[in-house]
Design a protein around this ligand. Structure first.
Ligand SMILES: Cc1cc2nc3c(=O)[nH]c(=O)nc-3n(C[C@H](O)[C@H](O)[C@H](O)COP(=O)(O)OP(=O)(O)OC[C@H]3O[C@@H](n4cnc5c(N)ncnc54)[C@H](O)[C@@H]3O)c2cc1C
Length: 409
């Protein structure tokens, strides 16, 4: 079975260095100050923060090619929303909004498209929409409580029934995912990080106060390590004596190509989430790929080794049915499916912490909704690796949980 083609990366990412290869006469071990494992969105964000702030060398190792489509971070878009159950998550999302603007400004491109997001709730669940709206208001954030009729009046493409409870977040929208990963990587390289593709880390071994990180071509002796390996994290954590339960699911997103991309462009069409026993979400049309939609947690359990790239027809049927309900005018050309991995902790919340007994190793799991927080989670990873603590409010995501929950998207 042929793998899915790599997602197109921004053409400005041209600075991936060749893998470092050691020859006879060179030291078999290379000393580095900071070593990042994994260049998905979290590892790229951490590499960028380390390269901008930390003293010393930063090397980041990625097992695949840049912008590959084998993990969790590929594709053109991720939803960004501010509404969350807990006030701490609302505050974190607001900080992430500012962080995306700052990274976009430094990268010289728009990474967060403020299309707004409308959330639809089941009939009878108006209280849930009210609660989220109140949480946003408490944080000083604007939102609008609407019903289906008001939604249709403003965005006629939506086909929801009159009394569906809805919540509109004007400052929510879409993160341009591929571009964001590329921007973090490019900025990391601009700040002096060495990014090494096709360098799978085979083993991490403590070596006094440092860590030997073995690839096929080289061994690095690192003072600090950031483990941002997504669905591959558990095996590397086990090298450091950490028994980490990471559930991996194979998810699917569906693209509906449109003849007229302006019809559902972000200026006229917000992103959406439909909550219920099964949750679905969708995006405005960002360009050539069309309108995208998916079911949250609509996949099945796999491992990073057993996952396939095969379309899931039952999932496709569910997504097509949901899109026909929410945006009846969307399906036009034959839909295209792309698979993606969720790496999930047991409670669905992020994990951001240092490895017990190894204060120089920080790790993170972004679960099914971590992209929107990537600039902050990257900052937290960089801080934890360097100093053992961080000013980013991620204490509740530690290995010892202070709370749990887990939101969709
Ligand atoms: C279908 C789908 C939809 C989503 N929708 C949203 C959304 O709307 N909003 C949102 O906020 N979030 C969303 N998410 C979640 C978000 O995308 C993830 O939380 C985020 O991408 C996780 O990034 P990561 O860097 O941890 O993992 P990954 O992107 O998987 O990166 C891990 C990297 O580590 C590399 N690696 C692993 N092992 C090794 C090794 N031994 N040596 C070298 N490299 C290694 C991998 O190759 C990979 O590149 C979605 C996820 C999916 C799959």
């Amino acid at each position: 079975m042929a793998p899915e083609p790599a997602c197109p990366l921004s053409p400005r990412v041209t600075r991936w260095p060749r893998p470092v290869r050691y020859t006879v006469g060179m030291s078999p071990v290379r000393d580095v100050d900071h070593l990042v494992v994994g260049l998905g969105v979290l590892g790229s964000a951490a590499a960028y923060r380390l390269a901008s702030e930390a003293a010393g060398t930063v090397v980041a190792l990625e097992q695949h090619e840049p912008g590959h489509a084998h993990g969790s971070s590929h594709g053109d878009s991720r939803l960004f929303r501010l509404a969350h159950e807990s006030p701490a998550d609302v505050a974190l999302a607001r900080a992430a909004y500012d962080a995306w603007l700052a990274v976009g400004a430094e990268a010289g491109e728009e990474l967060l498209v403020e299309s707004g997001v409308v959330s639809f709730f089941p009939l009878g669940a108006a209280a849930e929409a009210d609660r989220l709206a109140a949480g946003l208001a408490d944080a000083g954030e604007t939102s609008e409580r609407l019903d289906g009729r008001a939604v249709r009046e403003r965005w006629p493409a939506f086909g929801v029934p009159d009394d569906v409870p809805a919540l509109f977040e004007p400052r929510a929208g879409v993160v341009r995912a591929d571009r964001a990963v590329a921007a973090f990587a490019r900025l990391a390289a601009d700040h002096g990080a060495e990014l090494v593709p096709h360098a799978p880390v085979r083993r991490i071994a403590p070596d006094g106060e440092r860590y030997l990180v073995h690839t096929d071509d080289a061994t690095y002796r690192a003072a600090r390590v950031v483990l941002a390996a997504g669905a591959w994290t558990a095996a590397l954590a086990a090298d450091l004596g950490l028994d980490l339960e990471v559930r991996v699911t194979q998810e699917q997103v569906v693209y509906f190509p449109q003849e007229d991309p302006e019809r559902f462009a972000p200026a006229v069409q917000p992103g959406w989430i439909r909550y219920g026993a099964e949750a679905f979400y969708g995006f405005p049309d960002l360009g050539p790929t069309g309108v995208k939609a998916a079911q949250h947690l609509g996949g099945f359990d796999v491992t990073a080794d057993t996952r396939t790239y095969d379309p899931d027809p039952a999932n496709l049927d569910r997504v097509v049915a949901a899109v026909r309900d929410v945006l009846p005018g969307v399906p036009s050309g034959p839909p295209r499916t792309v698979s993606c991995l969720y790496a999930l902790t047991s409670d669905g919340e992020f994990l951001v912490d240092t490895v017990p007994g190894h204060p120089g190793v920080a790790l993170a799991i972004g679960c099914g909704h971590g992209f929107k927080f990537a600039p902050l989670l990257g900052q937290a990873l960089a801080d934890l690796a360097q100093h053992g603590s961080t000013g980013v409010d991620v204490g509740r995501f530690s290995l010892v949980r202070r709370g749990s929950g887990g939101d969709a998207e």
